[in-house]
Design a protein. Sequence first.
Length: 221
Amino acid sequence: MRITRIGLSVCGVAVLLAGAVACTDEGGAAPARTTKATGATGAPCANGTYTWFNVDKRDVLTGVAAKQKLGKGGGTLTNRIEPLHTPLTAVTFEKGPRADVKATLRSLGARIGDSDAALGDVYDFADVHRAVPRNEPNSTVVEGPGEIVEYTWVREITGDFRYTCGNGEPAVGRAVGWDTDGSGILECSTSVPKMKPGQPLLEAARMSCGPDSPAARAGKA
């Protein structure tokens, strides 16, 4: 079965009807690790050290369309992708003085191995005013029958931090951002094996195909 799409987001079609999985990176909690601040300018002082805890990276469903039934020969998908989750770029300070927000997000970027984390104001991951992905009109053509669902997702990163600098009171808080957005399609009667619970494809299938559909009952990894 052939799928053609125009107007893709970063990763394009994440899952084809054949059941292949692409553009996913499941990450669990990670041990604490320290990174140097890159130009922090707020209290307690600049150029301190961040220690990160509970860093988590996961793909999160952000939008899903109602299933669309296509007959023999397939057709163009026209159902609107309805938004479910708006990704955030933010830092919350829970204790102590406020550290520099952009420096905190750049440190989190460095913690997950983002090679652009050392960049200045042009580093999107550290921009709290960053525009969220939009479900732009596109043209997805499926050359085959089935009940088809389109969906979108982002790779969201969260982490708890402790920022220390000199002998002052440490800053403690939590940061959240996202580094990738993507989209995909699924077919309700096609099961995709070896997928972990919570994956965007499974959540989209559960919502649009139904919890008892083969796509929603995909085998666990």
